[in-house]
Design a protein around this ligand. Sequence first.
Ligand SMILES: Nc1ncnc2c1ncn2[C@@H]1O[C@H](COP(=O)(O)OP(=O)(O)O)[C@@H](O)[C@H]1O
Ligand SMILES: [Mg+2]
Length: 372
Amino acid sequence: MSIQRADVLEALKVVKLPSTDNNIVEGGAIQEVVISGDKISIVAKVNTPVLHVKKAVENGIEEALKAAFPSAIVNVTMQVEMAKPVIEEEVILPNIKNIVAVASGKGGVGKSTITANLAVQMAKMGFKVGLVDADIYGPSMPIMFDVEKERPLGKEVNGKQVMVPVENYGVKLLSIGFFTDPDQAVAWRGSMATKALKQIIFDADWGELDFLLIDLPPGTGDIHLTLVQSVPVTAAVVVSTPQIVALADARKGAGLFNMDAIKVPVLGFIENMAYFTPAELPENKYYIFGKDGTKKLAADMGLPVLAEIPLVQSIREAGDIGRPISLQENTPEAKAFYKMTQNVVEETIKRNKNLPPTEKVRMSETAGCTAN
Ligand SMILES: Nc1ncnc2c1ncn2[C@@H]1O[C@H](COP(=O)(O)OP(=O)(O)O)[C@@H](O)[C@H]1O
Ligand SMILES: [Mg+2]
């Protein structure tokens, strides 16, 4: 007797959908069922990149089908797809599921290094990732992604001219550095940059994205306001070093997103240059910028520390030659960025589960900010 699709679906109902009370069939995890003779091919999706969860579902499907159809050849393909927050009103950027801003109080704390590695690692995990380099003071993504000489091409979509992001290491990139002249005064660059930022986000052919990461300039300026006014930023992360001066500014950086009218959830802090480790003494940790400062600030603001990234020469070198260290496998540095990325993804999932989607913000010159 031939295998019926309905029987396959019935058999799959014994497999639980992770972190729900539902099974994978009713929970909508089954994307495709193809039956060809005694071959059953299943495509299933989970909303977390956590390996053991993915594996548990995959094994569950195999076991359930083997039990129901002992002579069948079972083939399971797993996909990872992020849950999208439910948006009831106007959907801005419907193809982009999560917009995550990476901010810092001070410059030079490693914000771009963190963002580049977050993007590369997310892409390695199977997410569709875009990256906007919005740092007017020092756009560094073209160097970090080794695409300094490239320029985005134009393309017409539905009669509208759009930019095609430059792509490397599985990450789609647009940088303000592609459009502004570094020799121009920052103020002039700034007014062009706010305009360019909107174009980069709205007039670009991003396609479907799980994450659009935004590398913001340090501090809290026009670019930050333009961003929260233009798009619903899903969440922000704040990068700091353990130095007292950096922490004071990091608090202000996080404070901007916390403002009543802005209310972009801050997922947590990333401590960069947490300690120095020399290549020849990989077990040694020297807390040259101080210890536990970020932990204290985070605890004080009720936020988690998502990562502690060491100061290691190879991280700097990898950035300088345009090959973020997350491209490596199994080095301690790459592992630190892997853990960081996992935490950012998990906190984003939690945020989407527990909080409503972010609203765009309308600013008024006199009254500060009012939510839309
Ligand atoms: N964890 C780290 N270890 C070693 N060097 C780092 C680390 N993080 C950043 N750097 C280096 O510090 C400098 C500033 O980092 P960058 O990411 O450009 O900072 P920001 O974007 O905050 O200005 C760069 O030369 C970068 O390679
Ligand atoms: Mg930077």
